[in-house]
Design a protein around this ligand. Structure first.
Ligand code: DC
Length: 222
């Protein structure tokens, strides 16, 4: 059983790369951002202010999140895979992610998911807090300009209206909130390997990370 933690700022292409790394290694991919997004969606659906920590924590007992093996996100049985990517969720998720009660609730589930199977888990605090004993820790970064360009093109391809400038501002805002929150902020674990993907394609990023993993834990699936 091997655990791989991939952390890094928003829109660095982590989930696409982490998914590819998991596929290459035959591991299960766990997207922890989808869990924070699901809690956000649930609060919005129930008209609870995402900045009101106490009211949000009251909702947790009614929330069941399942990440299916085929990549779907289920919130109380409802497929929310696409809805958790909408702008309304993006605008509010940093407040939810800064809520200590929410983090404790989700971290417990994340640790349980990593107990019995080999996994690649991506997020912000996986190597520092969720799985401090992960076999390999990657800190994936890319310049703000490059991340904004990628997210902008992704949004446009999905038919979402946006400007490059607005996307860049939003990335900077999320970087700031994620790395300045009090509890389990985004930061590089001491023993993490930093991978800058600014000039790499998705496939090159996957290859680079798989190489690092193989060099650290030995050859897998070969
Ligand atoms: O990776 P993402 O963009 O789907 O993450 C959504 C939000 O959740 C983002 O604001 C950071 C936060 N997050 C977090 O605080 N800790 C994690 N382990 C994963 C995501």
């Amino acid at each position: 059983m091997i655990t791989i933690a991939i952390d890094g700022p928003s829109a660095a292409g982590k989930s696409t790369v982490a998914k590819g790394v998991a596929r290459e290694l035959g591991f299960v991919y766990i997207d922890t951002g989808a869990m924070y997004r699901s809690v956000t969606l649930y609060a919005l659906r129930n008209n609870v202010d995402c900045r009101n920590d106490e009211e949000v924590v009251k909702l947790l007992k009614d929330i069941n999140i399942v990440l299916s093996v085929d990549g779907k996100v289920l919130l109380n049985g409802d497929d929310v895979t696409y809805e958790i990517r909408t702008q309304k969720v993006v605008d509010n998720v940093s407040f939810i992610a800064a809520n200590k009660g929410v983090r404790l609730f989700l971290v417990e589930q994340q640790r349980n998911m990593a107990k019995d199977i080999s996994i690649v888990m991506d997020g912000r605090d996986i190597g520092t807090y969720v799985l401090p004993n992960a076999d390999v820790k990657i800190f994936q970064v890319a310049s703000v300009k490059e991340r904004a360009k990628r997210r902008y093109l992704e949004n446009i391809s999905k038919g979402m209206e946006c400007t490059l400038e607005a996307v860049e501002k939003d990335i900077e805002r999320r970087d700031y909130i994620d790395s300045h929150r009090e509890f389990a902020p985004l930061c590089k674990a001491k023993d993490a390997v930093e991978v800058d993907t600014s000039t790499l394609t998705i496939e090159e990023s996957i290859d680079a990370i798989v190489k690092i993993i193989k060099s650290k834990v030995g050859i897998i699936n070969e």
